[in-house]
Design a protein around this ligand. Structure first.
Ligand code: ACO
Length: 429
């Protein structure tokens, strides 16, 4: 998009522009407000930039996703989730020694304070792992008091690393708790994704070997979900962060936002939807319900606020899905067939074409996680594990942003105008 000269309303000669290196720039609404007294009305913030960020760039029309300038396709092929985490946090891909130090340091942070075990007993056994994740991540703040002093970079960096390293342990224990199995402790010598599989599936007394194909597939899913600029959960993290709240509370807010079915809960919802449709012959009737606005049913895993053509992550996930099924020698999943047919029919339907609704990353991620044997209740929790890298990086960036102020949006008041209070006994019955 071009940068428009400040010639017409609401722009005047004195309106400043906030430049970008890629994608649209913005006019400075603060100067417009100062000159005209007008607020910008933008429900859902679809046209409002609230931050300048160097971390992730998305071009929704062209289907481009860059992290620190690197295309997601190249990152998916040539790096792993831990390298990407380093890139998001520090701006550059690690050298080999930096990578080794980072892995070793992160592995040391995986363990939880033993007292944290007690928290789990407070939850019902049928609790969704995301509820446990929200509560326990916030509770971590009571074990890391140093993180409250965010004036020191060492404290902020340490909190970011602790969060990224510990969330898999909490998520895996949340799962073990809900199925009544003993907690499995993290292993320092395992990679990030191997350790997740270990903590989810190992049992005391049973030797478990981790399938490297599975670990690579999990790693790729994590990599594809690591950051996505100012989405709802990252905005929640930044909003809470803008108040000066400690990083554990901020990430807990991100987890809460991610839980919603319109955001991170969509992969679980998409899988439920495939189950509900049941067979290819039911697809047309299901799509009729989706198109009927009164039904309140959406095609889960379809549509995206920013991507209006193709979600590059969806293409990579779809390819992974086929790879995993072939490599693991799994039988062709009838649900994958159903999903592909649903995608084909929807992509030819004018309802979806005219609204630029295409499969997003969640349309296929549930299927691949299912093929990998990941329990459905853990889908969104895995997304949270991945996104903690992005949230922590954005939180770190925000803490050094000179424009960072407490986020306090304005409103357009549409209620009653001035009126006088009538005392209770004088009000009509
Ligand atoms: N199924 C049916 N219709 C849809 C869908 C869908 N999945 N998504 C959007 N629409 C329709 C809307 O009803 C609306 O139609 P209208 O113009 O006739 O009123 C139009 O498309 C625009 O929709 P909005 O809700 O304005 O789009 P928005 O950008 O606000 O929402 C969202 C984006 C939330 C992702 C939406 O597409 C959706 O609910 N998708 C399903 C849930 C999903 O897959 N979420 C995952 C997102 S990706 C992620 O978080 C990793």
């Amino acid at each position: 998009m071009k940068t428009r000269a400040p010639s017409s309303f609401p722009l005047s000669a004195s309106t400043s522009l906030v430049p970008s290196t890629l994608g649209p720039s913005a006019f400075d609404q603060r100067t417009v407000n100062a000159e005209t007294g007008l607020f910008a009305f933008d429900p859902g913030f679809s046209s409002t930039a609230s931050y300048q960020s160097k971390i992730t760039f998305i071009d929704g029309e062209k289907g481009i996703l860059l992290h620190r300038g690197y295309p997601i396709e190249q990152l998916a092929l040539k790096t792993n989730f831990t390298e990407l985490t380093y890139l998001l946090l520090y701006g550059e891909l690690p050298t080999q020694p930096q990578y080794q130090n980072f892995c070793a340091n992160m592995a040391q942070h995986r363990l939880l304070n033993e007292q944290i075990r007690n928290f789990f007993n407070g939850f019902r056994r049928d609790t969704h792992p995301m509820a446990i994740l929200c509560g326990t991540v916030s509770a971590l703040s009571s074990f890391h008091k140093e993180a409250f002093d965010t004036s020191l970079f060492e404290n902020r960096e340490c909190a970011a690393r602790q969060l990224i390293a510990k969330i898999p342990t909490i998520a895996a224990w949340a799962y073990k708790y809900t199925i009544g199995e003993p907690f499995i402790y993290p292993e320092e010598e395992l990679s990030f994704s191997e350790n997740i599989l270990h903590m989810l599936f190992a049992r005391p007394g049973r030797k478990e070997t981790i399938n490297p194909v599975l670990a690579r597939a999990i790693d790729r899913i994590l990599l594809l979900h690591a950051d996505h600029e100012q989405n709802a959960s990252s905005t929640a993290v930044r909003l809470v962060g803008s108040t000066g709240a400690n990083p554990f509370a901020c990430i807990s807010a991100g987890i809460a936002a991610l839980w919603g079915p319109a955001h991170g809960g969509a992969n679980e919802a998409a899988l439920d939807m495939f189950h509900q449709i049941g067979s290819k012959k039911n697809i047309p009737a299901f799509l009729e319900k989706v198109k009927n606005k009164n039904s309140g049913i959406r095609l889960m895993g379809f549509g995206h606020r920013i991507y209006r053509n193709v979600d590059p992550r969806a293409k990579l996930i779809q390819a992974s899905c086929h790879e995993v099924i072939e490599t693991l020698g799994l039988e062709r999943d009838p649900m994958l067939d159903l999903a592909m047919e649903l995608e084909r029919i929807a992509k030819e339907d004018d309802y979806f074409i005219s609204r630029k609704l295409y499969p997003n990353v969640d349309f296929y991620s549930g299927l691949i996680l299912r093929a990998l044997g990941i329990p459905t209740s853990m889908f969104t929790a895995l997304f949270a594990i991945a996104r903690t890298s992005g949230w922590a990086s954005q939180w770190l960036e925000m803490t050094t942003d000179p424009n960072n102020r407490i986020m306090r949006p304005r409103q357009i008041y549409t209620g009653e105008t001035f009126r006088n209070v009538v005392a209770l006994k004088e009000r009509p019955i």
